[in-house]
Design a protein around this ligand. Structure first.
Ligand code: PEP
Ligand code: MG
Length: 909
């Protein structure tokens, strides 16, 4: 078996400007490992180390721990020796110890998903050596207690998933703080830290039944295995499922020499971005802390300072601090350590130029020497994604095709979502502010625990700080608010990735998980109370605030225009009203692919007429009711045709079962009986008669039009008359009349004949004509199978992949919610087929239907109007199938336009 070949390289070394790997080896080395290698190759100062490949993760799952360790020990020993040579220190040495970090690194960044262990290699003896070597006893013992805590939590599984988020080590620390009357970790004395190490080890013994491992090699193997295990942890699986990443990818393990940012005031650590991750502005920015380790910046226990002076001024403005006081108390790195800053600034430019994309970097200053710990393409908001792509294009560092491919189409959603209504905002009462961690607007009811996020329809997750365990809840909540943390804290990074509104570091909030209260300025808010977040300004607002449509940037428009240049497949919209149609046109819709006419019947006065029609026992009675409906339908169509001015509009005839329109509540049934001058019993009897066992497979679609042709007649008349009326006004209307749920040619012929006869009649009455088409939905598997026969009669096809998916899988659209999430969780399906088109199965019917149709009519117009028309991977499939257009909801039109361009670019490559 190939993966077990003894000869292949499983451990890739890097350091001192050389590396075994490079950035192209992401699949094998993981994103982090590949970048660490690459950074060495371009002369960035990176602590030396090595990467155990992702393939080894898979081998571990096959072989188990012991065999795996035997297999890679020789290579790992050599790699450790290489680090020792570069750093001039020895792993496990009592006098001159080398300590290492162990981190995971999958091929794509999975923030917070995998676990990290720092300071590995310490024990009761090595810690003394470290203290002597660094002449810093406090630092050595602090590193040791951090190591036991992290190793205990991550490798030995000590962290309890308690509601209060307190792990046993934290509890021990809190107890000591209480006893000593101190507040901060930095207040611990050396003796306190020694006591903590002792108590921590005892806690491990008590919790696991084993002594804390003292042999550095045992520690190392434990950590490596823990990283591999975390690939199959619940959090990682959830994240993978959410993003559709396969479990076979595995994770790499990166082992690297430790460098320390907590060696006094000439040391520090930070995170920085080559451009603004929120807005995309070309502004180097980030945060740092003096005398701290990496996790201090992201954990949010201390509020970090800004790297650039301009950044500091921005936040200081927010906090209303005088400039002089700011410079003194919150100096930027630029002001405090100008030489280091200049060096960092040079590297950030070098890295962005090299990777030709915005970078997110971590660095540490150890006793005046700058080390870059990692770089990766920075996570960014939708707005930043668009701006950076267009800016990089204008700067000439990427091509048009690259700019388009850089767009994560689904992320455009963020730009298109509502923001707070400015008028409503004027009346809003701001209760506090925090950092604008992820832009957008959110309004909802307070929940304090991530696993309760679904308690309300719209919830705001309020936490002291978030952790990876909160991921699912964060995804459900409308917005996230944390009392602690900076712009790079867990909540901020994850929310930005999700495109979810988030405010972090709102220090004025007092959150009490036990009483489920949030106190600000003496005012108490409870679970269920409404609050609103403005993730773009950091303002927290009391109550519910109305939202309004967002304004789109010039860069967005440029990108949209560019997308049209690269694709021939059009994007239409599904719209049932002139209002929706107008929104879609604004987003660049090139026609309507589906107008569901039944939606027009649900308004107050219409539903009455509709019900009278349904409940009538005679054709005459139905015709009277339909005559009432005719002018309403006609004016709806006029509005839509006008909004689309000259663009094609596909109007679908009535589809759902009539039972959906009748009253189900006694009061309304009684009202209807009075209006129709019949008895309540008659109404009830009719309703009972309409009830079906399987309405989705029952009396709906063209089956309605066939049994009640007068409905089709009325609708056809309304469409044709509306188009003629517009013609009189000089507006061109191009109706494409669509028959739903066809399974046989005869069904199509029956309905097409009614439509054409009605049109001819209207033309005669009006002594005028218009162009129109009569086509069909392909949404029943049988229709796809006999598509050639249908195409001989129909003017166009539109794939209704909602019903086609329902009927191909045999999953009821309305009941699938009960089992699909479990199917996805268990890996039976990789995604919801109602969201992402099942290319393997349903896709075959779509391809076959298209090909068969075109075998009879080579120029047959083919589109899609199921929900998949706005989902990027499905849009790509439609492009490759040769469709003329996809049709999706108005807000997804820009996403589909980009996805269509990307599909065309990929197909050409
Ligand atoms: C479909 O079935 O894909 C479709 C667009 O029609 P509806 O969702 O109205 O059934
Ligand atoms: Mg359908």
């Amino acid at each position: 078996m190939d993966t077990l070949q003894e000869t292949k390289t499983r451990v890739f070394k890097f350091g001192d400007k050389t590396a075994d790997g490079n950035s192209k080896m992401k699949n094998l080395l993981g994103g982090k490992g590949a970048n660490l290698a690459e950074m060495n190759l371009i002369g960035i100062p990176v602590p030396p180390g090595f990467t155990i490949t992702t393939e080894v993760c898979t081998e571990y799952n096959l072989l188990g721990q012991e065999a795996l360790v035997n297999l890679i020990t020789p290579e790992v020993e050599k790699a450790i020796e290489n680090i020792e040579n570069i750093m001039g220190a020895k792993f496990g040495d009592k006098e001159n110890p080398l300590l290492v970090s162990v981190r995971s690194g999958a091929r794509v960044s999975m923030p917070g998903m995998m676990d990290t262990v720092l300071n590995l290699g310490l024990n009761d003896e090595v810690v003394l050596g470290l203290a002597a070597k660094t002449k810093n006893e406090r630092f050595a013992w602090d590193s040791y207690r951090r190591f036991i805590q992290m190793y205990g939590d991550v490798v030995l599984g000590m962290k309890q998933e308690s509601k209060d988020d307190i792990d046993p080590f934290e509890e021990i620390m809190e107890a000591l703080k209480h006893k000593r009357g101190i507040v901060l970790d930095t207040d611990f004395t050396v003796q306190d830290l020694k006591d903590l190490c002792y108590d921590f080890k005892n806690a491990v013994k008590k919790g696991t039944g084993h002594d804390f491992p003292t042999d550095p090699w045992e520690q190392l193997w434990g950590a490596v295995v823990a990283v591999f295990n975390s690939w199959n942890g619940n959090r990682a699986i959830y994240y993978r499922t959410m993003n559709g990443y396969p479990s076979e990818w595995g994770t790499a393990v990166n082992v690297q020499a430790m460098v320390y940012g907590n060696m006094g005031n000439n040391s520090g650590t930070g995170v920085c971005f080559t451009r603004d991750a929120g807005t995309g502005e070309n502004l180097f920015n980030g945060e740092y802390l003096i005398n701290a380790q990496g996790e201090d910046v992201v954990a949010g226990t201390r509020t970090p300072q800004q790297i650039t002076k301009i950044g500091s001024i921005r936040w200081a403005e927010l906090a209303k601090i005088e400039e002089e006081e700011r410079a003194k108390n919150y100096p930027s790195l630029e002001e405090l350590m100008p030489t280091i800053y200049n060096e960092l600034n040079e590297y950030q430019q070098k890295l962005e130029d090299h990777y030709r994309d915005m970078q997110d970097m971590e660095f540490t200053i150890q006793d005046g020497k700058l080390w870059i710990l990692q770089t990766r393409n920075g996570k960014r908001t939708g707005a930043a994604m668009v701006k950076i792509a267009v800016d990089k294009l204008k700067e000439g560092s990427i091509t048009e095709e690259e700019a388009l491919l850089r767009i994560e189409a689904n992320k455009l959603d963020e730009l298109l979502h509502p923001v707070f209504d400015t008028k409503a905002l004027k009346r809003a009462h701001v209760i506090a502010h925090g950092l604008p961690a992820s832009p957008g607007a959110a309004t909802g009811q307070i929940v304090f625990f991530a696993d309760e996020a679904a308690k309300f329809k719209s919830s705001i997750l309020v936490r002291i700080e978030t952790s990876p365990e909160d991921l699912e809840g964060m995804n459900i909540a409308k917005g996230i608010l944390t009392a602690r943390g900076g712009m790079t804290s867990h909540a901020a990074v994850v929310a930005r990735g999700m495109g979810k509104c988030c405010i972090s570091g709102a220090g004025a909030l007092q959150i009490n998980y036990k009483t489920r209260t949030l106190t600000v300025d003496g005012h108490e808010y409870h679970e269920g109370d409404w609050i609103s977040l403005n993730g773009s300004t950091g303002y927290i607002i009391e109550g519910k605030v109305a939202t309004s449509e967002p304004e789109l940037s010039g860069e967005f428009a440029e990108l949209m225009k560019l997308s049209d240049k690269y694709t021939t497949m059009k994007v239409r919209t599904n719209a049932d009203s002139p209002k929706d149609a107008k929104v879609a046109v604004k987003f660049g819709a090139q026609g309507i692919g589906l107008t569901r006419t039944e939606h027009m019947f649900f308004e107050a006065d219409r539903i009455k007429a509709m019900r009278e029609m349904i409940l009538s026992d005679t054709i005459k009675g139905r015709k009277i009711a339909l005559e009432e409906l005719l002018p309403m339908q006609r004016s709806d169509f006029e509005g839509i045709f006008e909004a689309m001015a000259g663009l094609p509009v596909t109007v679908r005839l009535l589809d759902p079962p009539l039972h959906e329109f009748v009253p189900h509540v006694l009061v309304t049934q009684r009202e209807l009986a009075e209006e129709m001058h019949i008895s309540l019993e008659q109404v009830k009897a009719k309703i009972a008669e309409l009830e079906e066992f399987n309405p989705m497979l029952g009396h709906r679609g063209c089956r309605l039009g066939i049994t009640y042709p007068e409905i089709t007649e009325m609708q056809a008349r309304a469409i044709i008359e509306a188009a003629l009326n517009l013609k009189e006004k000089g507006i061109v209307a191009v109706p494409e009349i669509m028959i739903p749920l066809i399974g046989t040619v005869a069904e199509f012929e029956n309905q097409a004949a009614v439509i054409r006869a009605t049109a001819d009649k209207v033309f005669e009455e009006r002594n005028d004509t218009i162009e129109y088409l009569v086509g069909t939905m392909i949404e029943i598997p049988r229709a796809a199978l006999i598509a050639d026969l249908i195409a001989a009669k129909a003017d166009f096809f539109s794939f209704g992949t909602n019903d086609l998916t329902q009927m191909t899988f045999g999953y009821s659209r309305d009941d699938a919610g009960k089992f699909l999430p479990i199917y996805i969780e268990k890996g039976i399906l990789t995604s919801d087929p109602f969201e992402v088109l099942d290319q393997q199965g349903v896709g075959q019917l779509v391809k076959m239907g298209t090909n068969k149709g075109r075998s009879v009519k080579p120029n047959l117009k083919v589109g899609i109007c199921g929900e998949h028309g706005g989902e990027p991977s499905s849009v790509e499939f439609c492009y490759n199938t040769g469709m003329n257009y996809v049709s999706c909801s108005p807000f997804r039109v820009p996403i589909a336009r980009i996805a269509s361009a990307q599909a065309a670019i990929k197909a050409k490559a």
